[in-house]
Design a protein around this ligand. Sequence first.
Ligand SMILES: C[S@@+](CC[C@H](N)C(=O)[O-])C[C@H]1O[C@@H](n2cnc3c(N)ncnc32)[C@H](O)[C@@H]1O
Ligand code: SF4
Ligand code: SF4
Length: 383
Amino acid sequence: MNKQYLVGKVVVRMNTANPSLPKSDFANEAGIHTRVLKQFDDFEKLYGRDKDVMLFPYRYPVETINRVLNYGNYFPIDSLHIETTTRCNLKCPGCFRTGNEYDSKNRSMTMCDFERIVDSLPPVKNIGLQGIGESTMNRDLPAMVRYAKENTKAKLSIITNALAKPLEYYEELFEIGLDNIVISVDSLNQETSNRLRTGTNVDRLKDNIIFLADKYPKKISLNTVVSKINEKEIGDLFLELIETGIHKNFLSHQLQPLIDPPNYTNSEMSASDQRCFYESMKEQIRGYYKKIDYNIKLHFHFVRPNIPCIQAFGTSYFTVDSHLTPCCSIVDKNDYSFGNLSGGNFSNSYLSENALNFRKQILHGIYPQACKGCPSNQTENDG
Ligand SMILES: C[S@@+](CC[C@H](N)C(=O)[O-])C[C@H]1O[C@@H](n2cnc3c(N)ncnc32)[C@H](O)[C@@H]1O
Ligand code: SF4
Ligand code: SF4
């Protein structure tokens, strides 16, 4: 039988019926359920449920929260990232890699470590084969895609600048079994791009986007990072893509704010700047882009009503050195490791004492030092 808790419009079902399912570590903490779900409810009242706009809390819909509360640390992982390399062909000033020297910079994961990670994984829905770096620069990436395809049921994707390799390389990745490619494009104006994505040739980038989206409809998405530099030019970027007609083939085009690189915390746009931008984009999406079949999504963090970040439950991140960390947002990943897969196994790391404490704290709204400054735990007032 399911016990139901009703909080506002939101119903949480505590599974008490199926003894084969592990009991949540949080199952007896009724206070958490009430608090978390009330926050979702308040959020929905304020902003509505909007399919076009994926505000960060809504990456985790209520059903996901229910699963976390029901299964706690045994929550099935939806997606994970494997940082296949930290090398790169560009020098984007906003990227953590560009302005920082750190031990794991300019390394590539070996095939052997990659296989060990994949062999240890529980079933996951999505695997992103990238981190801070350009994954196509790992010469083993095609072999990694093949191995993950043959040994998991996960959907496989990469995020790429689409400039490090010839087009045939990307075609080969699709043939081997890659499901999706997300291409980063902050601008198609050469001057703006020089400032944001240094080393990019915008004509080549545009040609590559058109070629790949034309050949692989609904397998290509775009990711645009919005900052003070390109904020006013986003409309021009859309227009340029719409003129080619290729926008209809994109799986989606996602916009997200820049995470400010000097301290790697808030967006350089203030909370109110972001709100204006978001409101104006939302209007345009509803009024215009929807009509022309352009699937634009806004991923913005700035209106969090204190909903706990549950990224640490539903995702995991393997660094280039095989450390398991909770998510891609932690900067000093090797310093915040739940375990190293070269010497252990996934379950031991995922359920290590460190990991359990980490998740418990977050669900109680207490953020570990490692999360300091991450936009996923800040409210509008913080920005
Ligand atoms: C770190 S990159 C790695 C993949 C690949 N090298 C690329 O640029 O597409 C992944 C995504 O993070 C974005 N990104 C980089 N620095 C960022 C920042 N400071 N704030 C928000 N997004 C950022 C990039 O634009 C890219 O879309
Ligand atoms: S291409 Fe990607 S990894 Fe390379 S510097 Fe730019 S954002 Fe960073
Ligand atoms: S750094 Fe912490 S708050 Fe940010 S996404 Fe990761 S787990 Fe969540």
